[in-house]
Design a protein around this ligand. Structure first.
Ligand SMILES: O=C(CO)[C@@H](O)[C@H](O)CF
Length: 491
């Protein structure tokens, strides 16, 4: 068994869709330990696929909350068995899949406060949840609740200006509204509602952790400018909601010291600080060390853009969240569903299924593609909501096809121009110091990255973000240790 050299460190956790993961980061910001518990592989008794249960109507998607608890037990026991020196942990923070929600049953706080170090968590928390299957971000069953919420505040744009996004089915306020409407008894027996992030923090605190402003921005409930709950939105979703949520806190807040359960059972130091957990995407922004003016572009199955903003312009597309690092700044998230699957389709059709031919086509065509423009959406796009392939000649005439090389450049230039246009629509501006951080499968193709650099007029750097949410959480733990003014110590 590998001996771990004892060193003072912070832990970063990620309670994501498919697993719980942890990294240990030392004071030089080196990752020296990592572990994970994969739900489908290590927790077969819960019967998930991709960490979730898709219900038979195909819209409702949930995950068993006790599976998340059990996964934490497994990792901590494995760390202990491997000889990990918990006494060196100065602080910990973490991330959770955004928008998911956990419903603590009346009396659960007493159980959390009096955990026996002789038992694993899952054996003690079995009766602590009024809803055993938590709704998660893949759920799309709350369209009616979305329309009700938008109507209550004066429309989609009004809701976006208030909370940073128009109503989205996965956003927590709409999920809470559905539970209140369809399961009022469970709602009335709920004393606390957490996000996945604040639920995970509560496990370490041994009491209810507050929701941080950044992950709270993914609920359609938080006024992103004033960083307080919108009473109109709360009232539109369910009664007595404010008392069930508690007050939001700045993301870099120290929310308390670790529960004595972990001191006695695993050897954590009593002074180990818990820094507010946040959403996986805000934590990734921290992990990628994004700064003002930078853009992170994740080129995967879907393409995701992370922006750091000072003056946001909430719109009907994309999401504005409170920034997890700069408490007076913001971050934006833009998701483009037609990402790598679209690139692979055009590669197969126009480059004989070959990336080297695809790259050759990009190298043999000029920036600007002679004025030819193309937009390709073989599946219904999120940003904006449109489907189909749309090509325009230099004379601005709609055309049914392009020559192979022109088609390939039109796809890539069109994808990146759309990203820049929607980013600027949210208030983003390319600055002289702007860096573009590229990650994901397509970031291995230099010719694709050259088009990205040309469209944004900024240098492109490739980064590995495999552990970005975990590593960002460990960075945030170090950040929180710096103390006031943003530390909120749990009473
Ligand atoms: O819904 C999302 C962001 O709005 C997803 O990226 C989830 O955070 C994934 F867990």
């Amino acid at each position: 068994m590998a001996e771990h050299v004892a060193r003072r460190c912070c832990l970063g956790w990620d309670f994501s869709t498919q697993q719980v993961k942890v990294v240990a980061v030392d004071a030089e910001l080196n990752v020296f330990y990592e572990d994970s518990a994969h739900f489908d592989r290590d927790l077969l008794e819960f019967g998930t696929q991709g960490g979730v249960h898709v219900h038979e109507e195909g819209l409702t998607v949930t995950s068993p909350v006790l599976m998340w608890v059990r996964a934490l037990d497994i990792i901590l026991e494995r760390m202990k068995a491997s000889g990990f020196d918990f006494s060196q942990v100065l602080a910990l923070s973490g991330a959770g899949q955004q928008h998911g929600s956990v419903y603590w049953k009346a009396g659960a706080s007493q159980v959390l406060r009096s955990l026996s170090p002789d038992l694993p968590l899952h054996k003690q928390l079995q009766a602590c949840f009024s809803i055993s299957d938590s709704p998660v971000w893949m759920d799309s069953s709350t369209t009616a609740q979305c329309r009700q919420l938008e109507a209550a505040v004066g429309g989609a744009q009004a809701l976006s200006c208030l909370t940073g996004s128009r109503a989205y089915e996965r956003f927590t306020g709409n999920q809470i509204a559905k539970i209140y409407q369809q399961n009022p008894e469970a709602y009335s027996h709920t004393e606390r509602i957490s996000l996945v992030s604040s639920f995970a923090a509560s496990l370490f605190l041994g009491s209810y952790s507050p929701i941080d402003c950044s992950d709270g921005s993914g609920m359609n409930l938080l006024q992103i400018k004033d960083k307080v709950w919108s009473r109109v939105c709360l009232a539109a979703c369910a009664p007595h909601l404010e008392e069930k949520l508690g007050s939001p806190v700045p993301s870099c807040s120290v929310v308390g010291a670790i529960s004595s359960y972990y001191v006695q059972r695993y050897g954590f130091p009593p002074g180990c600080q818990v820094v507010a957990f946040t959403g996986d995407n805000p934590a990734s922004l921290a992990g990628m060390r994004l700064e003002e003016g930078d853009i992170a572009v994740s080129l995967g199955t879907s393409d995701t853009l992370f922006l750091w903003l000072q003056e946001p312009m909430p719109a009907l597309e994309g999401h504005i969240f409170c920034n997890p690092v700069g408490s007076q700044h913001y971050m934006a998230l833009l998701c483009f569903k037609n990402g790598s699957l679209m690139r692979e389709k055009i590669r197969d059709e126009s480059a004989s299924c070959s990336w080297s031919e695809f790259s050759e086509a990009l190298r043999s065509t000029e920036m600007g593609n002679g004025g030819n423009l193309g937009f390709y959406f073989d599946v219904m796009e999120i940003t904006p909501e449109i489907i189909g392939r749309h090509r325009f000649s230099a004379e601005n005439h709609k055309v049914p096809a392009f020559p192979r090389d022109v088609e390939i450049r039109a796809l890539i230039e069109g994808q990146f121009m759309a990203k820049r246009i929607h980013a600027e629509g949210l208030g983003y501006q390319v600055m002289p110091k702007t860096k573009i951080l590229a990650t994901g499968g397509a970031s291995h193709n230099r010719d694709i990255l050259q088009v990205l650099a040309d469209v944004f007029g900024a240098p492109v750097y490739v980064i590995d973000t495999a552990n970005s949410a975990c590593v960002g959480s460990a960075y945030r733990a170090f950040h929180g240790l710096r103390g006031p003014p943003s530390s909120i110590r749990q009473a």
